[in-house]
Each structure stands twice: as C-alpha cells, then as structure tokens.
Design a protein around this ligand. Structure first.
Ligand SMILES: C[S@@+](CC[C@H](N)C(=O)[O-])C[C@H]1O[C@@H](n2cnc3c(N)ncnc32)[C@H](O)[C@@H]1O
Length: 200
C-alpha cells in the first residue's frame, strides 16, 4: 500500500520506478530560474532527487528534500556527496511537516508526482501541510496529473475542478493549465499549477 514506507522502499529496491526521469523535470527547472539563489526550497516525495541535485549544482543554497525510501536517499547521496545530509529528510513527510519548528519555513515547495502518489484520502492533509510549511506569500508549484481519479493507483489521477477547490483558500491559485514543458509521455496528461499562500 502506498501509505507505507515499505511499499516505496521495495519499489526502489526492485527498480520498479517507472516515474523516475533519471534527470530533472524541465517544467520545475524552468520555474526555478525565477527563484533567488538563497530561497528556501522544499521538494517533498523527491524520490532519487534529480531536481534537488540540479538546483544544488546551480548554486541554490537552501534546498530541502524529503522521501520515505532510504534507498532513494542513498542513491541521491552517492551522486551528490556534498549535499548536506540532514537536508534530505527521511521518514513520513506528513509527520515531519506536522511540527511547529517547520511552520512558515519555505519560500517554495515543488510538486512532481508526490500528490499522485499519496492515498487520495490524504489530499486534504497534503494541502494543509503545504500551507503550514510555506511562509505567507510562499508558493507551491509544479505538475499535477489530469487523468481520471479511480481506485487504481498510484499514480492516482485528478481533475482541474478538484485542483481549483483544493488549492483555493488559504491559497490563491495563480496558474493552472497546460505545461509546454511536459515530457512527451505526460503531455496532455498533466497541468502546471502555482498556488500562493495568502499573506494575511
Ligand atoms: C511516484 S514517486 C515520485 C518520486 C519523485 N518525485 C520523482 O518524480 O521521481 C513518489 C515518492 O513519494 C515518496 N512518498 C510517498 N509517500 C510519502 C510520505 N508519506 N512521506 C515521504 N515520502 C513519501 C515515495 O517514497 C516516492 O519516492
């Protein structure tokens, strides 16, 4: 079941990781071009951490990664040994996020195939966790799948209607639409979104 660390760890150990791009996500990298180099950036459910690696190599100094699978972290640290190990958080993202110490700590949170990986029943918790982690005016942005939500998954699908509601208050949904930078197999199956946390 995708609500358990063992499920994900086994996927990495058995190399059943069809979602892995073996490189950074073009749409996320393009979005990050606008970020200051000292922005505090979180990538939850980062898997092998390709986007984190790219940002780190580009000189972003405050990149934080999170994933449940120890194997994913080990692979990442083999490739990027100079990344501060304690900034790759293992364990359950939701438990880690439910902590006063991380409240309002991030300027940007990058989404890529994490929302679709968690059990759909946890999607309200996801939005709540992101609102807790971002500073006022901070942004949650990335890619969301648009194929229909069924009980088959992960990946679990979703719709524009759902995302419009999910990332309404306390967010302001600034963007939700096609991504010209989608990789070919995901074109027409995903949208780019940007949700800004209200400042008041
Ligand atoms: C579909 S994979 C995507 C990985 C990465 N974002 C990518 O695009 O390659 C989903 C990832 O979320 C992680 N994950 C799922 N639930 C999690 C949780 N509750 N806490 C931390 N990581 C979680 C899994 O270990 C897995 O690596």
């Amino acid at each position: 079941m995708p609500d358990r660390a063992e499920y994900w760890e086994q996927r990495y150990q058995e190399a059943q990781i069809g979602w892995d791009l073996q490189g950074p996500t073009p749409a996320l990298q393009a979005a990050a071009e606008a970020f200051p180099k000292d922005a505090r950036i979180l990538i939850p459910g980062c898997g092998m951490g390709w986007d984190g690696e790219a940002l780190h190599r580009q000189g972003f100094t405050q990149v934080y990664l999170s994933d449940w699978a120890p194997s994913a972290k080990a692979h990442f640290l083999e490739r990027v040994p100079d990344f501060p190990e304690d900034r790759f958080i293992t364990g359950d993202f939701f438990t880690w996020a439910d902590n006063e110490a991380v409240h309002g700590q991030f300027d940007y949170i990058l989404e890529c195939t994490f929302y679709c990986a968690i059990p759909p029943a946890m999607r309200a918790d996801y939005a709540q966790a992101m609102a807790h982690l971002l500073r006022p005016g901070g942004q949650l942005l990335g890619l969301l799948f648009t194929f229909p939500l069924t009980e088959q998954g992960p990946p679990f699908g979703g719709s524009l209607e759902e995302y419009t509601l999910r990332f309404g208050a306390p967010f302001r949904l600034d963007r939700l639409g096609p991504s010209p930078l989608s990789i070919a197999p995901r074109a027409e199956k995903e949208v780019f979104f940007c949700a800004t946390l209200h400042t008041s």
